[in-house]
Design a protein around this ligand. Structure first.
Ligand SMILES: [Zn+2]
Length: 49
């Protein structure tokens, strides 16, 4: 599946409170249950274990 922009973003909804980070700039963001994982530096942030 592709779209005109060449980028498809399907938001991932977290199922519990967690923290995500950006590999590129090392920024971290606290998320709460039901939040969508945000984009940072053009990519989806990663969940920290
Ligand atoms: Zn970033």
């Amino acid at each position: 599946m592709s779209d005109k922009n060449g980028v498809s973003y399907n938001p991932v909804i977290v199922e519990e409170d967690c923290e995500v980070y950006c590999r590129t700039c090392n920024k971290t963001v606290q998320l709460k249950k039901g939040d969508a994982i945000p984009l940072c530096c053009g990519q989806v942030m990663e969940i920290m274990d």
